[in-house]
Design a protein around this ligand. Structure first.
Ligand code: FES
Length: 156
């Protein structure tokens, strides 16, 4: 089993909050992504079994959203660099290039030591703080290369 009892219980605890098992697919994928750092193919089958759906139905939902990782676990920090208009106009592309060079990876990749996964995001809803970066759940605005370097230095 890929999903241990804690994860299965966390998913089951969602059932009363949704009208159907099918409606639990996305929340369940979030639970697994958060707990395991990815959603391996075996987890898709186990989620489907729990929700009484075909694995393909869970896989379709997973594939539709770029948020979930299925090839390997995420890095401990997931860094989203906004590439939408306001951020691009204020140096977001340069920041992304700097971050790629600093981490030695491209968007969508994870550092070999598992410290970070780099992602590009559409507007993070913080245009007034452009350029903006999201690190896990924390938004960082008015970013500069120096601030990015400090963030990278602080990664475990
Ligand atoms: S355009 Fe980057 S936060 Fe809105």
């Amino acid at each position: 089993m890929t999903l241990d009892n804690d994860i299965l219980d966390a998913i089951k605890s969602l059932f009363p909050r949704y009208p159907t098992r099918r409606a639990v697919v996305l929340p369940a994928l979030h639970v697994v992504q958060e707990r395991l750092g990815w959603v391996p193919p075996a987890a898709v089958v186990e989620i489907a079994r729990l929700l009484e759906l075909a694995p393909a139905e869970v896989q379709d939902a997973l594939s539709f959203y770029g948020f979930f990782k299925q090839d390997r676990p995420l890095g401990r920090a997931r860094i989203w660099v906004c590439r939408s208009l306001s951020c691009a106009a204020r140096g977001g592309e340069d920041l992304l290039a700097h971050l790629c060079a600093r981490l030695g990876i491209r968007p969508g990749q994870t550092t070999p030591d598992g410290r970070a996964t780099l992602e590009v995001a559409e507007c993070l809803g913080a245009c007034e703080q452009a350029p903006a970066v999201l690190v896990n759940q924390t938004l960082h605005g008015n970013m500069t290369k120096e601030k990015i370097d400090a963030l990278v230095d602080a990664l475990e």
